[in-house]
Write a protein that binds this ligand. Structure first.
Ligand code: MIC
Ligand code: MG
Length: 311
């Protein structure tokens, strides 16, 4: 029987895309470091929200890896917007997505922004790398001339229909040119309308501090593992005056580490029984997915209980 329980928020977050964008902007203006872990799936986004983070990040590296591809600009806007939209709608938090170089020339960057807005994202970042792009923490990457990136950014900004959609400009110039050049580029990108600057692959804390002193727009730090930056704490990044931090690939690395160990143990032991204690319990999964609320919604169709399940 249908009950009058509201289904709002069951299939998709009940917070509108525009409210999420406002929340993202408020967080960036709050003076408190905003923490955005990468979610490799909608389910992980739900967990990110429940654990108490401020936002969700969708990583290009993770999205490609999940498709079994390297992060070298092979994914398409359709793939990225589709997966990003599914992740964004799963949680009440705002989601920032990695839009790489904008999937083409400036007009494509503009279309990227419109498409990501339609998909319910709260913001995206566009980087100043050449195509094909690479992971910002690997050697051998290159950046486009400042003027080309300004065209990319201006096109993106002009395509925005919701003024609250956050456009973040990422500069990869630190590793390719110098810290000074990265700072100059950041200033030019902010003048072109970027709301947030992603300072890629800085080396030590003093570089984060120098960046902060030189520019007066919100700054984002990338705490990706096994890269060029040391892993600073939220306290250190907050003290350095940064506004946001991403842990882009962290949840995927944790999960894949556990998956590989688990698969090997099944082969060596002939059973996964010794791993069960480390697994997310069925009841916890059902709690995250709000099974009980679906039961309430239509008890004729959904009458799940955990009775009979092994503990
Ligand atoms: C942030 C990043 O763009 C991503 O796609 O997640 C990557 C992360 C990584 O490869 O570790 C990057 O820093 O280029
Ligand atoms: Mg990326």
């Amino acid at each position: 029987m249908f009950s009058d329980t509201t289904v709002s928020g069951l299939f998709s977050s009940s917070v509108s895309a525009s409210a999420k964008r406002q929340a993202l902007r408020a967080g960036l203006a709050s003076g408190t470091l905003q923490r955005w872990p990468g979610a490799f799936s909608p389910l992980v986004a739900k967990l990110v929200a429940e654990v108490g983070f401020d936002g969700v990040y969708v990583s290009g590296a993770v999205l490609s890896a999940d498709l079994g591809l390297p992060d070298i600009g092979l994914t398409t806007l359709t793939e990225v917007a589709g997966r990003g939209g599914s992740i964004a709608r799963a949680a009440d938090l705002p989601t920032l997505i990695d839009a790489d170089t904008g999937f083409g020339e400036p007009m494509s960057a503009a279309r990227t922004v419109a498409t990501l807005e339609d998909a319910g994202l709260a913001g995206c970042h566009l980087e100043d790398q050449v195509n094909p792009k690479r992971c910002g923490h690997l050697d051998g990457k290159d950046v486009v001339p400042v003027g080309d990136m300004l065209k990319r950014l201006k096109a993106a900004v002009s395509a925005r229909r919701d003024d609250d959609f956050v456009i973040c400009a990422r500069t990869d110039a630190r590793a390719v040119e110098s810290l000074d050049s990265a700072i100059d580029r950041a200033k030019a990108y902010a003048d072109a309308g970027a709301d947030l600057i992603f300072t890629e692959a800085l080396r030590d804390l003093s570089e984060f501090e120098q960046f902060r002193k030189a520019v007066d727009v919100p700054l984002l730090a990338n705490m990706t593992e096994f890269g060029k930056s040391e892993l600073f704490t939220t306290q250190q990044l907050g003290d350095a005056g940064y506004n946001a931090v991403i842990y882009p690939v962290t949840t995927l690395r944790i999960a894949m580490g556990a998956v590989e160990r688990g698969l090997r143990e099944i082969v060596s032991e002939g059973t996964q029984a010794g791993l069960v204690d480390q697994m997310q319990h069925r009841s916890r999964l059902y709690e995250l997915l709000r099974y009980a609320d679906y039961n309430d919604f239509d008890s004729d169709l959904f009458n799940f209980t955990l009775e009979g399940a092994t503990k």
